[in-house]
Design a protein around this ligand. Structure first.
Ligand code: AHR
Length: 607
């Protein structure tokens, strides 16, 4: 019997419960949500060769450290043009993008690049074309290239026609057929190509991925990691000061946590725009002096990192009259961003030196002194100070996630509140299968039921490129052309979009294999039940304490599939998706029929 006490709410649902966690893992940023289509646009990804760039028309390509663009992009791509360059003999370079450059018909792309040559040449043609160069889908020309890099990049618009294919296999070329270029040298730097972006932001984000996130109505975005924040070494941490300003003045860094180059084009301001576009709030994770290889900074040596965090908070929230607020304004966003939560580090329970307590204290005291209203999140237990929240991470087998639906039920209600900043039931690659989704749903039901304790939660990781799946189980996956969501995405969407503002006590007697949560807003009652068993279950439901009654028509939304391993893929993206129907027969007591392997959310209307 599932008995719901409608009259006596247990507590409010945390108004900031569901959010998102992002870090650049599995090419989540580079080649992922960050919409840049050129890989190694800055020529900084390798010190030894211009990876992802190839010769076109017999050119010779080298990295030229004697010809930097600026202090940050301290080299360029040197292109030796052959003596035969001229009419009918084009010469230049091509870039293969992130596993190809995607093309769509009737689409406008923006190319930006710095170029110069050993003498004035022109025109220089920038084109999106088939991998074999036989078909040009879109092109544009720079009429003349001078002998010095310009102050700002050349900007070109490339528009594909109605007959362009939908393909992920194209390449970008930069070439010339000017006879005057024969035997000369061309230098290129910051060669960038963007498709249309979400909300048309320059240097913005991929539309299909943003739409999938916005549909979840997240309350916050935790960024920039995760291991990506920490780096293997201090030199490869997320150094936010290197991620602001013009993108061609950002050096980038090796994302050595996950094995590829980050241009840091997706930098602090871009994260904040992202948050703004989702109408969410940031959970700003600041580097706290500990790296993945165990380096930890203590004492006075920590001061510059504490100052970096203070400066970062000022960049996000400071008035334009402040030093870093003025920089944000110069970068195009005079209005301060709202900020309530700052996370100090990531997974500092790995710091076997035990230095976190003192490091947290240093950040805590400095931040609270200047920004007393900010809520500070610790990443493991500390004793010297009291954090506002503690971030706990759970990567579990599906069966363990199902069993853990009761994890917080008997928690000491007076202890420090929890932010479950990373969690997932892990089964399936690159995205979870139905079994994992049922584990996720059972676990999330437990978090909602206990959202007086767990104030915030976010699944992780969020994204994987199908061609770079280094972390097995992720919420959403894609290639350069299309994307799909997992059954876990749907389970979360069902539970968090059919959510009242108060939790109702619900007791399930003699119902093994089920997890539940009941919430209410006004006269709407939401009853979520996860059946992770393989049999249909008829559950008697009793609504206690109703003032009047309940309408007999209810809306039932159900996610189910034929087997625990059923899943969605890039080619079969819609195998599993929730279906909503109207069911009749709702009453003060009624029977709900739950299919095997299912998540069901009933929306009942009280009269
Ligand atoms: O989510 C993947 C990784 O798992 C995160 O970077 C890290 O915080 C955790 O160990």
């Amino acid at each position: 019997l599932l008995s719901v006490d409608v009259a006596n709410p247990a507590h409010a649902v945390s108004p900031i419960l569901p959010g998102l966690m992002f870090e650049d893992i599995n090419h989540s940023g580079e080649g992922g949500i960050y919409a840049e289509l050129v890989q190694n646009r800055s020529m900084m990804a390798s010190d030894t060769s211009p990876v992802h760039w190839s010769a076109v028309g017999g050119t010779t390509l080298t990295l030229d450290t004697a010809t930097p663009l600026n202090a940050a992009l301290n080299r360029s791509l040197k292109v030796a043009l052959p003596s035969g360059t001229g009419a009918g003999n084009r010469a230049g370079v091509s870039n293969d993008g992130f596993w190809g450059i995607p093309v769509r018909p009737r689409t406008t792309y923006t190319a930006r690049l710095f170029a110069k040559a050993s003498r004035r040449i022109g025109p220089l043609t920038v084109a999106m074309e088939s991998a074999d160069g036989a078909t040009v889908y879109a092109s544009a020309r720079i009429s003349t290239i001078g002998t010095a890099f310009p102050d700002r990049p050349f900007e070109l618009t490339l528009r594909t026609g109605a007959d362009a294919p939908v393909t992920g296999d194209a390449r970008l070329t930069v070439t010339t057929t000017d006879p005057a270029a024969a035997g000369e040298t061309l230098w290129l730097q910051h060669v960038s190509l963007f498709p249309p972006t979400y909300n048309n932001r320059p240097n913005g984000l991929r539309i299909d991925l943003m739409e999938k996130l916005v549909a979840l109505k997240p309350k916050f975005l935790r960024f920039p990691g995760g291991n990506f924040l920490e780096g293997n070494t201090i030199a490869t941490r997320f150094n936010w000061k290197n991620t602001i300003g013009p993108v061609w003045e950002r050096p980038g860094h090796l994302d050595d946590a996950w094995g590829y180059w980050s241009t840091d084009g997706l930098g602090l301001l871009e994260y904040l725009h992202w948050v703004e576009d989702m109408r969410a709030q940031p959970v700003l994770a600041v580097f706290a002096g500990y790296t993945l290889k165990g380096e930890h900074v203590t004492g006075a040596a920590l001061d510059p990192f504490v100052q970096d965090a203070l400066d970062e908070i000022e960049y996000v929230t400071g008035p334009v009259t402040s030093t870093w607020g003025a920089k944000r304004a110069a970068d195009g966003h005079p209005k301060p961003f709202p900020l309530e939560f700052v996370e100090i580090g990531n997974e500092d329970w790995f710091d076997s030196s035990g230095s976190y307590d003192a490091r947290f204290t240093a950040f805590h005291d400095a931040i609270k002194a200047k920004y007393p209203h900010l809520k500070l999140i610790a990443t493991t237990t500390v004793t010297s100070r009291t954090p506002d929240l503690i971030d706990e991470h759970y990567y579990l087998a599906p069966s363990a996630a199902q069993a853990s639906t009761h994890k917080y039920d008997n928690r000491d209600r007076a202890s420090t509140k929890v932010f479950v900043g990373e969690w997932a039931a892990q089964e399936g690659r690159p995205t979870p299968d139905l079994n994992a989704a049922l584990g996720d749903a059972a676990w999330l039901a437990g978090l909602i039921r206990n959202s007086d304790q767990v104030l915030m939660e976010c699944y992780a990781p969020l994204f994987s490129h199908v061609k770079n799946n280094v972390w097995a189980t992720n919420l959403i996956a894609y290639d350069n052309q299309s994307s799909y969501v997992s059954p876990s995405y749907w389970a979360q969407q069902m539970l968090t979009s059919n959510l009242g503002d108060t939790v109702l006590p619900a007791t399930a007697r003699a119902l093994p294999g089920l997890a539940t949560v009941a919430t209410r807003s006004g006269n709407h009652l939401y009853l979520a039940v996860v059946n992770y068993g393989t049999e249909t279950v008829d559950v008697p439901v009793e609504l206690q304490g109703l003032a009047k009654g309940v309408k007999k028509n209810a809306r039932a939304t159900v996610l189910t599939g034929p087997s625990p391993t059923t899943t969605n893929t890039l080619t079969e993206p819609d195998t599993l998706a929730p279906r909503s129907t109207t069911v009749t027969g709702a009453a003060t007591t009624f029977t709900s029929t739950l299919p095997p392997l299912s998540v069901t959310v009933l929306e009942l209307t009280l009269t």
